[in-house]
Design a protein around this ligand. Sequence first.
Ligand code: FMN
Length: 253
Amino acid sequence: MNDTLKTIFSLHSTHGHFSNREITAEDLNIIIKAAVRASNASARQSYSIVVVDDKAVMKEYFEYAGSKALLFCLDFTRLKDTAEYLDHPFDCGGVLDFITAHTDTALSAQTAAIAAQSLGIDYLFTNSVHRGDMKRFYEKFKLPQKHCFPVIALILGYSESDDADSRGRLDGPGLVHFHEYHRLDPSELQAQVDEYDITEKNMGVVFFKRGVEQTYSRYLDWFYRVWCKPNSELRKRRMREIGSLLKEIGFIE
Ligand SMILES: Cc1cc2nc3c(=O)[nH]c(=O)nc-3n(C[C@H](O)[C@H](O)[C@H](O)COP(=O)(O)O)c2cc1C
């Protein structure tokens, strides 16, 4: 296996157990330079990366603290300002623009994680930015009020322990479709349900493994009944809040 594949196959999250060891400015710079190498639509790079180094701020805003955090926001502000500067029209408010910029942003964030891993730096992605009042991110980090949306935070640092466990993945039927889409039949569904519970595959999310929920012996029972509880009030409220924010910042009518 070549070094690139070795890095990709060793990717793993550090779920909040970061030590006090700092990453160097040089490594941070390499990670950022790698992140912006990701593919992006029309060479627009429609994102911004906010670098956060205050641990208390990380903890308060992202729920996790490492040496540095990178807040990846999809963002058209720089492109809008440049258009205005050059006296050109520029249109960027719409669902399609949101989706395209979101793709740019996510690709950049994952590239940063791969770069970090290749340098021996641990990481955690968190979408904690979508939990609770999102307006506070706009206030704290002075994000533009239009056409800018926090997508994901990437916490960087060094894990407290080196017992990193690589998590398994599905990679077969139902996920990969050759030639045409294939819905899983009952026996394939059962195989998948069982696959989640193979200890060596290490598929269950960390909270389940920590034993927060003991009632369920099968991972997917917990996943559907507890973790993704349908129609929960919290979920409904979040959907409403994100919907109205997307209207306010100019991506949906
Ligand atoms: C969009 C997104 C949000 C995530 N949010 C959290 C989070 O808030 N807390 C956490 O511990 N892990 C979070 N993770 C990490 C996932 O739990 C982790 O990637 C997954 O369990 C697979 O494990 P691995 O990354 O070690 O392979 C997030 C990952 C993604 C892509």
